[in-house]
Design a protein around this ligand. Sequence first.
Ligand SMILES: Nc1nc2c(c(=O)[nH]1)N[C@H]1C(S)=C(S)[C@@H](COP(=O)(O)O)O[C@H]1N2
Ligand SMILES: [Mo]
Length: 405
Amino acid sequence: MDTYALSRRAVLAGLGLGGLAAVAPARAAGSIRLPLPGGPDERALTTAFPGKGEMILQRTTPPLLETPFEVFDEGVFTPNDRFFVRWHWAGIPTSVDADAFRLKVHGHVDRELSLSLDEIARLPRFEIAAVNQCSGNSRGLFEPRVPGAQWANGSMGNARWTGVRLRDVLDRAGVKPGAVQVRFSGLDEPVVDDAPDFKKALEIDHARGGEVMIAYAMNGEQLPLLNGFPLRLVVPGWYSTYWMKMLSDVEVLEKPDENYWMKTAYRIPDVPGANIKPGQTGFKTVPINKMVPRSFVTNLRDGARVPAGGPVAVRGLALGGDCGVKAVDFSGDGGATWFPAKLGSDEGTYSFRRFEGSLPALSAGTHTVKVRCTNANGLVQPMDPVWNGAGFMQNGVETVSFQAA
Ligand SMILES: Nc1nc2c(c(=O)[nH]1)N[C@H]1C(S)=C(S)[C@@H](COP(=O)(O)O)O[C@H]1N2
Ligand SMILES: [Mo]
């Protein structure tokens, strides 16, 4: 039996997030410039957050921490202490008592459950590698710029998640005929009374599909508090807005969820890939859902210098979205000619996949490399980002500009 959830290591060592608000900027470990067109592009680096190494401080309260991009060159899995953090409301418990914690399962079910972590750990164990990516990852790269957290490319991460299938938990409660959705919420709360608690819902068949899981471990360790200790939902292939952290409440619904976070926020045009014009209204929307393919060069960054006259190694990470990576191609001539990259080991459909290749010998001067992923469903990254006012689902082909000298 797995005992990650049973380890009772100190969670937050008594440091309140209110306290963090005060210490984080003071303990900033320097700053970094993000590739955000038109600025402001400078962000503090911080090591002040519990369970986290050096992170890009996007916001202090509630914490929004971005992964510095060089971390993605180190491997296919993102270390827990460098994994990005995003919360909507500042009412985040600063510690969770693992013994007292209960997961409530209720609503349109035969019997309500109140499960301890020990009871959950006794269900069949399930493990999957999957990328957790914020819907707004790379929002700051959109032009025209859009409001919202100005993330560069680091509000994503890949981990091996261990836990139990949501289906097994739902089966214990006994889903009644007529159930249409399952709604999730966590221990965090808004700090003002009239603000909507963060809740998300999935269709019942998706929830029971066997891949959606309740994770108690991430990369073989208990979840960092800021990534949802003690339990979080993992929805492989879908944007992380559904990946409810500190999951405490699972509610089976007879009617589609109409809460703010489903009905109003996190909506996308109902036509896949539709480019929206600034100011455009009146188009139909659906809740954001499956991820789309992406790829990133990790060994070269804008302004990098490489020796002229020799081949240039290109290495990076790709993600298929809601299916695997079929191919990654790269181009050194602005997209006129594409070379296939060699793909690294397959860690699973929803994982990052490494790729590598090399550009032919380059003359001295400025060069660019573009990289493009095609997923197993045949979906290809667009050359230009698909613009929308919410700044969601940015997946345009990335270009890195470097110098050969
Ligand atoms: N309880 C709770 N879960 C949540 C959120 C939240 O605000 N509260 N935000 C969601 C969003 S929008 C994102 S991007 C991911 C971020 O996951 P991470 O902080 O573990 O990287 O958590 C998701 N789950
Ligand atoms: Mo997000």
